[in-house]
Design a protein around this ligand. Structure first.
Ligand code: FES
Length: 216
């Protein structure tokens, strides 16, 4: 580094020091969620991912403030948690959009039209499709983040997408505009396409066959 060049300034205040709880204003519900996660493991650091997930759910991303709060609850350094967060695609270290739409473009979804579905989501959201397919892109108003994504293990509903961490599919191109309108208006996106509500494909278990119960 040249002598007149300033060293890079880290965004994290005291990233290497463990913050005390009284130094951060941790929302009680966030603290409770992190403590609950810690109680499941003999080593509190094992709760790092669920703690960061809780931070992201609370703030929409792993904000510096949220990471410091989690670090204070866990009694680890913010730098440690930032290191964990930077490893996982699904943990965001910058605000990317209130709603996150990850369109799978891996083999099963691709063979079933994922490229067109991704393009339709981008058109409806006003996002550049090339950018979305290469790391993701946000709408100008910051409401929507759309990204191509690798296989999410739900190939049986191809072409599918994860919307705000819930799986939906199979999607048609026309569905994309409907979903974007619903998200912008605060409505639930196409509940009939949510995997958790389907009687198969990982959804709720159907009632047992009465013949099984009766032992026939
Ligand atoms: S290929 Fe899309 S979920 Fe597996």
């Amino acid at each position: 580094m040249s002598p007149d060049r300033e060293p890079a300034v880290t965004d994290f205040r005291d990233a290497e020091a463990v913050p005390e709880l009284h130094e951060v204003d941790c929302p009680p519900e966030l603290r409770e969620e992190i403590e609950k996660a810690m109680s499941r493991y003999p080593d509190r650091r094992s709760a790092s991912t669920p703690a960061l997930w809780a931070v992201q759910r609370h703030y929409g991303w792993c904000s510096q403030e949220g990471i410091r709060q989690a670090a204070a609850v866990m009694q680890v350094t913010p730098a440690f948690l930032e290191g964990v967060a930077s490893f996982y695609d699904l943990l965001r270290l910058e605000p990317l959009g209130r709603h996150r739409i990850l369109v799978c473009h891996n083999i099963s979804c691709w063979m079933n039209g994922a490229d067109d579905v991704l393009g339709a989501f981008c058109d409806a959201a006003g996002i550049d499709a090339h950018e979305a397919d290469h790391g993701g892109a946000s709408s100008e108003d910051g409401e929507l983040f759309v990204s191509g994504f690798e296989c999410m293990g739900a190939c049986d509903i191809a072409p599918m997408a994860s919307i705000d961490e819930r799986y939906y599919g199979p999607f048609t191109d026309a569905d994309a505009a409907t979903v974007i309108d619903q998200l912008r208006s605060g409505a639930e996106p196409m509940p009939e396409k949510e995997i958790a509500r389907r009687p198969a494909a990982g959804g709720p278990e159907p009632p047992p066959d009465p013949r099984v119960e009766e032992g026939v």
